[in-house]
Design a protein around this ligand. Sequence first.
Ligand code: AKB
Length: 318
Amino acid sequence: MRKILVTGALGQIGSELTMGLRKTYGNDNVIASSRSKKEGHEKVMESGIFEILNITDGERLSEVVKKHKIDTIVNLAAVLSVVGEKNPARAWDVNMNGLYNVLEVARQESCSVFTPSSIAAFGLSTPQDNTPQDTIQRPNTMYGVTKVAGELLCDYYYTKFGVDTRGVRLPGLISYQTLPGGGTTDYAVEIYYEALKNKKYASFIAEGTKMDMMYMPDALDAITQLLEANPDKLIHRNAFNVTAMSFAPEEIAAAIRKVIPEFELSYDVDKEKQAIAESWPNSLDDTAAREEWGWNPKYDLDSMTKDMLEKLTIKLGI
Ligand code: AKB
C-alpha cells in the first residue's frame, strides 16, 4: 500500500483528491498537508493525519516525509495564473523552489512524485487548435513559465536520478466543493454559483474565447489513473495533455439555460485575465494520454452542467 503525502491538500483539487485517495488507500495512508489550517476543511483535516507544511521549507518537508515514511508525493501546492501575475516572485518561490524541494526530498527518500502542469504551459506561439502533445511552449505568464520549467525539472529528476515523476497538463477545473484560488478559468466556476443565486453573470472572459475545461471527478480519475499507470507504457510522463471539453462563455451559458432558461450572460471583460486566456490553447489534443494510460473522461459540458447545478443547489440550500 502506498503512503502518500498531499501538499496543498486544502485547495480546489487537494480537498477532493485527499478524500478520494483516502477511500482507495486508507485514511492512515494519505497524509494531508497545507501551509495553514482553513475553516470549512475539517473533513480533510480530521479524517486522517494533517500536517502544517509549506513546501518552500525543504527541511520541514523532509521531516514530514521521513516521519510518515512517505513513498509518494502528490504536489498540489501552487500559485495560479492570475495571482501569479500579481506577485510573480511568490509564484516562482512556491511553484519552482517548492517543486525543487519536493523533487530533492523524493530523490533522497526514494519517493515517486505527481505534479500537475497546466494549459498555462503554452503561449501565443503554440498552435491554438488541437494543440499537439509536443509543441512550442513559450508562455507569457509567470505561472506558465513555472509550469514549463516544472515539466523540465521533473523530466530531469526522472532521467538523471530515476525519480518516478508523473504529471498532466490540467485544463480549467470545475467543481462545487472548494473554490479555485485565483486562476483565469475561474469564471467557469463562478458562473454556476451566480446562475443559481442571481440568474445572471457578468463574465470577465470575452465572448468567443475558448479554453479547455474538465469536471473535477474526471481530474481526480486522471491523477489516480496516471499514478497507477504501468511505467513501461509511459513515454511522456510529466506533461500529458488532458482535456474533457472546450468552450467559450456563451457556450457554458447556453448549457446552463437548458436547466435555468431565464439565465442571462453579460460581459465585464478583465483585460489582464483576457490576455492570459487568449495566450492559452482553444483545445488540446490528448491522444498521448489516451494511448499511454487509457485517459477517457466521463463528463461533457451538458452532463457536467446538470451535475454542478444539482450539487450546488443542495450546497447553497436554494
Ligand atoms: C488557472 O486558470 O490559472 C488554472 C489553470 C488552467 O492552470 N485553472
